[in-house]
Design a protein around this ligand. Structure first.
Ligand SMILES: [Zn+2]
Length: 137
């Protein structure tokens, strides 16, 4: 069963519970809601998008700037639906999901590992078709 996680208080909602949550405009100064709305957690009041847990760093490397983005996933991933966080690498030559984690603590450690590997040039480039992917060693 699909569940939806609040990245601030970690409450899990069923699809029906999530659909029933109140919503708020993504731009509070937009009276017509033309930029859309987001669901608001019934437990802690956080916006599911605007207040999503995330870490973001841009690292200068030998193959160009790479953005390390680690975020809480709205919907748990993995065979056991226990992966709640993921690190993605974004670069001019390709993007990839680098790693998924079960806990916020693991996600913070993984995020820092990617930053230090990129800063110390401790990674390989992998060419697949026209996309170059970066893999940590
Ligand atoms: Zn919450």
């Amino acid at each position: 069963m699909t569940r939806y996680m609040c990245s601030q208080c970690h409450v899990l909602y069923t699809f029906d519970e999530y659909r029933a949550l109140e919503s708020q405009s993504l731009h509070t100064d937009d009276p017509n809601d033309q930029y859309g709305v987001e669901s608001v957690c019934g437990e802690c009041g956080s916006g599911f998008h605007s207040e999503k847990w995330r870490l973001r760093d841009e690292i200068e490397t030998s193959v160009g700037d790479v953005v390390v983005s680690t975020v809480a996933l709205l919907i748990p991933h993995g065979i056991n639906r226990d992966q709640l966080y993921e690190t993605c690498l974004f670069s001019e030559t390709g993007n990839r999901v680098a790693r998924r984690y079960e806990t916020e603590a693991e996600a913070e450690v993984g995020h820092e590992k990617h930053i230090s590997a990129l800063k110390s040039n401790n990674f390989t480039k992998e060419t697949t078709g026209e996309t170059i992917k970066i893999t940590l060693e």
